[in-house]
Ligand binder design. Structure first.
Ligand code: UFG
Length: 339
């Protein structure tokens, strides 16, 4: 089976490519390197000992996609390539709608032409908005609070409609909670450009003293210690969820929705304390005001993915803390030795 992975050199994409290759799938990666690095291509080859084709192309360009499909003839697509910064999406909504929606539509169009009927989509827990009930089930009410989230929800709708129009089409909508951690080799992981928006990369950069102090956005939420609670999931667990979803998609047509989370929520303060303990390093922090658009708590009910896909998260919080730090320490060592 050959799987075309868009955004396959990005954070979640690269870990999924590793798992696919380890499971014996053929892989083709399309990535425009807008938020990833070509080094990741070599790192994946080192980790897996396997080679695979890579196309530096934008998934929104139909002609290029068509050429790649003609040459590679993939059996399935896993679509990661997208813009993903919530704040940026509020500043540049059209850029987000254009990139994140056109890419999916072009893929669906070209897949139809080439009779490729399996689509695995990177959605997000952001489609649950501010959840009314915790833990969150797939059947929860959907809403969004920013253009990034809206692109995820609109893409879900597009894929549902494609499934209605084509009874052979299978769309797996995977709603990710908060991925952190890195491959145990320390060769691939999360390496955002500039100052990180997300908690874990920020904590790591404070620990390495690249950033001075962590700002904790609010300690007056209705949570046990007042700081925000999220369902952090190891990126390798998340990657494995894609393999399970792919297996299911080859067996059954139609649209299906799965939460990929652990089912456990941790607060920002618990995350900081755990990171400090596991890695034996200090993470200075200060409490500041709430970040606009943040919610108090968000964690999954992952039962459906377990019952229907046979998937559940295996890694614990300590693994996530250790692997996140290890990746950045190794990356910084590499940078220093290249200087
Ligand atoms: N936080 C801080 N300080 C920081 C960064 C984050 O206190 O410097 C807090 C946030 O307030 C929140 C928690 O840490 O309580 C997690 O924040 P992240 O930015 O890491 O993650 P979010 O849950 O806000 O957002 C993530 C993804 C989005 C996605 C959303 C919902 O980044 O893409 O989950 O699924 F939309």
């Amino acid at each position: 089976m050959k799987v075309l992975v868009t955004g396959g050199l990005g954070y979640i994409g690269s870990h999924t490519v590793v798992e696919l290759l380890n499971e014996g799938y053929e892989v083709v990666v399309v990535d425009n390197l807008s938020n990833s690095s070509i080094d990741v291509y070599d790192k994946i080859k080192i980790i897996t000992g396997k080679d695979f084709p890579f196309y530096e192309e934008d998934v929104c360009i139909e002609k290029k996609l068509d050429e790649i499909f003609s040459k590679e003839k993939p059996d399935a697509v896993i679509h990661f390539a997208a813009y993903k910064a919530v704040g940026e999406s509020v500043e540049k909504p059209i850029m987000y709608y254009e990139n994140n929606l056109v890419s999916t539509m072009k893929l669906c169009k070209v897949m139809k032409k080439h009779n490729c009927n399996v689509f695995v989509f990177s959605s997000s827990a952001t489609v649950y908005g501010d959840p009314e009930v915790l833990p969150i089930k797939e059947s929860a009410r959907l809403s969004t609070t920013n253009p990034y989230g809206s692109t995820k929800l609109m893409n879900e709708q597009i894929l549902k409609d494609v499934c209605i129009s084509n009874k052979d089409f299978s769309a797996m909508i995977l709603r990710y909670f908060n991925p952190i951690g890195a491959h145990k080799s320390g060769l691939i992981g999360e390496n955002p450009n500039g100052i990180p928006n997300n908690l874990m990369p920020y904590i790591v950069r404070v620990a390495t003293r690249e950033l001075e102090i962590l700002s904790i956005f609010g300690d007056d939420y209705d949570t046990p210690d007042g700081t925000g609670v999220r369902d952090y999931i190891h990126v390798v667990d998340l990657a494995k969820g894609h393999i399970k979803a792919l297996e299911k998609a080859f067996q059954e047509a139609g649209v299906k929705y799965y939460n990929l989370g652990t089912g456990t929520g941790y607060s920002v303060l618990e995350m900081v304390k755990s990171f400090e303990k596991v890695n034996n390093v200090k993470v200075p922090y200060k409490i500041v005001g709430r970040r606009a658009g943040d919610i108090a708590a968000c964690y999954a009910d992952p039962t459906k993915a377990y019952n229907e896909l046979g998937w559940k998260a295996e890694f614990g919080l300590e693994d996530m803390m250790r692997d996140s730090y290890n990746f950045v320490l190794k990356l910084n060592d590499e940078k220093r030795s290249n200087e």
